[in-house]
Design a binder for this molecule. Structure first.
Ligand SMILES: [Fe+2]
Ligand SMILES: [Fe+2]
Length: 266
């Protein structure tokens, strides 16, 4: 089973010819499945590009959403629209997928849940202006932190539910957008600093994953994530590895999507 992993493709930045060239590059990997770990595009383009990826590759497409996928809309509206997509499977609402004979796969979107790093951080995300839910809060930083923590807790609940349906499996693949541990927030080869960490880590999902890994030592868990736009690997437990995808050196910048890797799943 060949599964091509994409993350943070931000395909809304591509003009038609560049988009076609990217789809050609993806199809050349001959994937049986395409796995997208969020920031696929923006609210008005995400459904269309998922359809195009499915059409162009003929592969089964599985995805979770990232914060940018809500841009210029609200969380509720996008989730309702994406929930109706037929050409691809949104793992947030899907039972575990037997993606290969020895590998099951689940996913949740995740949110930077303001539970680590510097909560007085002066770093402002575009999210605060471009996602309706945050824009309505204006400059109220305390309300924003409260909302992020609530969103993170919801993701943890969803993840716990998905995990409760996994059953026995030698290998488990978990797709999520936001790195579940600070050590997995990588940019330019380095761990992101305290001002970035509140917005770049989902502590709530990390707690759930660590507990599950400890309770299931026989299951090898691989988490694929993105969001911080750097490439790295973090071994969170003997049976829990987190792979963060991002821009390779020299390809830094929006509008330059890459195929992160084509995995051979057993
Ligand atoms: Fe991104
Ligand atoms: Fe993101």
């Amino acid at each position: 089973m060949r599964a091509s992993w994409l993350t943070d493709t931000h395909l809304n930045f591509l003009r038609p010819l560049a988009l076609k060239a990217f789809y050609d590059k993806l199809a050349a990997e001959r994937p049986d499945a395409v796995l997208l770990t969020g920031d696929i595009a923006e609210s008005d383009t995400v459904a269309r590009v998922l359809d195009e990826i499915a059409q162009h590759t003929g592969a089964a497409v599985y995805f979770v959403l990232g914060n940018h996928d809500y841009y210029r809309s609200s969380i509720r509206t996008v989730r309702e629209e994406v929930g109706r997509i037929k050409c691809a499977t949104w793992l947030q609402h899907a039972p575990p997928v037997q993606i290969a004979p020895n590998t099951k796969m689940i996913g949740v979107d995740g949110w930077g849940d303001a539970r680590c790093g510097d909560l007085d951080s002066k770093i402002k995300l575009s999210d605060w202006k471009l996602i309706d839910d945050f824009r309505k809060l204006g400059a109220d930083a305390a309300a924003r932190i409260e909302m992020l923590q609530r969103l993170g807790a919801n993701e943890a609940r969803a993840l716990r539910d998905r995990l409760s349906h996994v059953g026995t499996t030698p290998e488990l693949l978990v797709l999520t957008h936001v790195p579940p541990f600070p050590e997995a927030c990588i940019y330019d080869g380095e761990q992101s600093g305290p001002p970035w960490l509140p917005w770049f880590t989902c502590i709530s999902t990390g707690e759930v994953l660590r507990a599950y890994a400890a309770e299931h030592p026989q299951t090898k868990i691989t988490v694929l994530c993105g969001h911080s736009h750097g490439i790295g690997t973090f071994q969170a437990a003997p049976n829990l590895v987190v792979r963060t995808g991002g821009w390779p050196r020299g390809v830094e910048g929006y509008g330059n999507p890459v195929v992160q890797e084509t995995l051979e799943l057993a």
